[in-house]
Design a protein around this ligand. Structure first.
Ligand code: ADP
Ligand code: MG
Length: 476
């Protein structure tokens, strides 16, 4: 059926509003060039204020080689759930038991002491429930906030993100805070061996079964990536340590902050700016806000609000309805809406009912889905551009990228969209694979602890010709 003039002009008006999300390949290529510059800036020794990416050396020097063994505790803080895990490693056999605990909002916004006491109490309970009180347990701590690491088990919080704001923690060593809380609140024998963020855990977990895996990315509440860099390129690394093999270290890019100096403004829309203005951290995490699950639903909601306001969508909507409430349109709705493949729009209608929109038409459903596809595709393409930058940089024939996070896991098109874009953006001939990493923050943290015990041993043998007994992996 040919479109009427009225419809045509309506579609033109909609296009004018959403066109900022439809970026040409050249825009993503420009973002890649800029990102590569920022990666280099962040690795320079003389850090200037112009440095946007933290590029933290993580002190993780090797991915697992499969020989890791023993019984480990892991902690996962900084995601949606706080978990304590018991991880038993034996070659490729891995047994994980875990329990999720709640962190009440009052603690998320309370003092650091309250937070770490709460964590220690949860560990104490977990260890008691698993009959491990007398066991010597090395612990890998997944702490998914930007930290300046001074050692594998020494990490100073740079700033809070993702809704946490506990007083007295910024600038402090979170291992020390946890260590003290464990002493105060429990009687278990836990040694904190490694702190990693979720991106590093994800990489370590996937690398356990795949030697080609050297990049990790998180697409969940936040967005971040890490990769294995040659020490020669890491000018912030202590010289003496350079002689100790292996000559590489995993870098936590903290690329969520890419664009915080304005360099991505050319690809931001008015909706991105509004999301930023009303966030808890205005003008921070620019790149993350265009990609991750914490913000995608809200971007979609703002576009729908604008279209409604301009009378291009929904005939009559109550001003009080949920569609006009900040934060009320969840990113999981985007996945649900995009999973509709026929003209019945079953999921879309459910979401619109949930948003208290009345009297919507099939055409409205189409427009809502169209907006979702544009916003999610831009996010997937931007993540792909970031990964392509890293793939080109590492320049290996075959590269596996470990991916974790609910956005990637559950969005029906994210994986395919990312693959499509990466193929377009990487150097010809380089092969890649996106691999969903399982339990990066549990298994990955335990593996990091295990690898570090293995390397500690190696270093002792190299330097002193002996193996220190307490460095041997602990087994019940
Ligand atoms: P975290 O990153 O906090 O460890 P997740 O990986 O589970 O946790 O990511 C949580 C984020 O994923 C939230 O922002 C949420 O909006 C988003 N999310 C949850 N379910 C879905 C889904 N089905 N589709 C897309 N995004 C989702
Ligand atoms: Mg997570």
């Amino acid at each position: 059926m040919p479109a009427t003039n009225e419809q045509l002009s309506k579609y033109e008006k909609i296009e004018a509003i959403v066109k900022g999300f439809k970026l040409p390949a050249a825009a993503y290529k420009r973002a890649m060039t800029l990102l590569n510059q920022e990666l280099n800036n962040g690795l320079k020794s003389q850090k200037s204020n112009a440095t946007v990416l933290s590029m933290f050396p993580t002190f993780v020097r090797s991915t697992p080689d499969g020989s890791e063994k023993g019984e480990f505790l892991a902690l996962d803080l900084g995601g949606t759930n706080f978990r304590v895990l018991l991880v038993r490693l034996n070659g490729q056999e891995i047994d994980i038991q875990s329990k999720t605990y709640l962190i009440p909002q009052t603690i998320m916004l309370g003092t650091g002491t309250q937070l770490f006491d709460h964590i220690a109490e949860c560990i104490g309970k977990f260890v008691a429930e698993h009959d491990l009180i007398s066991h010597q347990l090395p612990l890998g701590f997944t702490f998914s906030f930007p930290c300046h690491q001074e050692g594998l088990a020494k990490a100073k919080l740079s700033h809070w993100t993702k809704g946490f704001r506990c007083e007295g923690v910024v600038g402090e060593d979170i291992c020390q805070l946890l260590h003290e809380a464990l002493k105060r609140r429990t009687n278990c024998k836990v040694e904190i061996v490694a702190v990693v963020n979720d991106a590093v855990g994800t990489l370590m977990s996937a690398a356990h079964g795949d030697r080609n895996c050297e990049i990790g990315i998180i697409l969940g509440t936040g967005c971040n990536a890490c990769y294995m860099e040659r020490l020669d390129n890491v000018h912030t690394w202590n010289k003496e340590e350079k002689d100790f093999q292996p000559k590489q270290v995993i870098i936590n890019t903290e690329w969520g902050a890419f664009g915080d100096n304005g360099c991505l403004d050319f690809m931001r829309t008015e909706f991105d700016r509004e999301v930023d203005t009303f966030s808890v951290n205005p003008s921070k995490q620019t790149h993350e806000k265009m990609i991750s699950g914490m913000y995608m639903g809200e971007i979609v909601r703002l576009v729908l609000e604008r279209l409604t306001h301009d009378q291009l969508l929904f005939r009559s909507v109550d001003r009080e309805c949920a569609l006009f409430e900040r934060g009320r349109f969840y990113t999981k709705y985007v996945s649900e809406i995009e999973s509709d493949t026929d003209e019945f729009f079953r999921h879309t209608k459910q979401v619109l009912d949930d948003m208290q929109v009345e009297n919507y038409t099939t055409e409205d459903c189409k427009i809502v889905k169209y907006v979702c596809t544009l916003v999610s595709a831009r996010a997937a393409f931007l993540a792909a551009a970031g990964l392509s930058t890293l793939i080109n940089r590492l320049n290996k024939q075959d590269m596996t990228i470990a991916v974790d996070g609910s956005l990637y896991r559950f969005h029906p098109r994210f994986h395919n969209l990312m693959c499509l874009k990466i193929k377009e953006l990487v150097k010809p001939g380089l092969k890649f694979r996106l691999s969903l990493s399982h339990d990066g923050s549990g298994k990955g943290a335990a593996l990091t602890a295990a690898v570090s015990l293995r390397l500690r041993n190696l270093k002792n043998v190299e330097e002193n010709g002996f193996t220190q007994p307490e460095m041997v992996s602990v087994k019940a």
